[in-house]
Design a protein around this ligand. Sequence first.
Ligand SMILES: C[S@@+](CC[C@H](N)C(=O)[O-])C[C@H]1O[C@@H](n2cnc3c(N)ncnc32)[C@H](O)[C@@H]1O
Length: 281
Amino acid sequence: MLFPSEAPLTTQAYDFLANLVYERSRIRLGPDRQTLVAGRLRQRLQALRIDDYDDYCALLKSPQGADEVDALIDLISTNHTHFFRESSHFDLLTRQLLPRLAEKSIAEMRPLRFWCAACSSGEEVYSLAIVLAEFFRLRPAVQWHIEASDISQRMLERCQQAIYDADKVSVPQPEWLERYFLRGIGDRDGYFRVKNELRRQVTVRYVNLFQDVYPVPRGLDVIFCRNVMIYFDVPSRNTLIEHLSDQLAPGGFLFVGHSESLIGLRHGLRTIAPSVYQRPE
Ligand SMILES: C[S@@+](CC[C@H](N)C(=O)[O-])C[C@H]1O[C@@H](n2cnc3c(N)ncnc32)[C@H](O)[C@@H]1O
């Protein structure tokens, strides 16, 4: 008998997996990713005690395989992220957008609503939360909340836990470490946990960016959807931007990754800085 590490992933099985991943998540796996996919799936097959990729495909096609599709997407998705990634976005928020949004919140007597729409393990969410907590520390009249979502359950668990390797927690102001993180002791030595008061401001939930209806409130003031569109083809990007625009309040802002401009896509948003867009009032 061949073990999964030896059994080849045939092109036919790979095409089936790539189509399934695309249908479910719109993540496009090109032919160049076949070896990578085989490598990522090997341990999964061992854990399931499945001998080869064809049997794994048969499981995915069966009624019992419905949940396994989520596990497959979990394994395939790229989750790279870090604290204060693309920091100019946070600077722009603090210097230009939050003062305007604070006035709006007070005038309309409502909390500000933010959404990190492909949040991975949460570093982006808590970077944003720190920026908001800092800005609104001196303006306690303004309430705010962040929705954090991803398609990967594994990443959502990490986002919810909010425990990070101390070496990876890098913040622009050293005093923010003490203000917003607890240092682990004992078996948690070497880790930081985001403090409860910040975690309370965040709701973590599963959202597939291509599901019909988003389970997050409409009328959002800011959406971060950064470093995920690169995995989608142009028709999917158009669909996504249309859905996200609908989710914004008039005058709300959409942030995409630095390498993901909306050039060439259909949209009715105004460009206010590279990779930052606004829904017209
Ligand atoms: C590279 S990470 C980006 C994390 C963060 N936004 C950043 O810029 O650092 C991309 C994330 O998008 C998520 N993702 C991919 N396809 C998705 C989909 N269809 N719906 C929701 N999330 C998706 C992945 O699970 C992954 O965590």
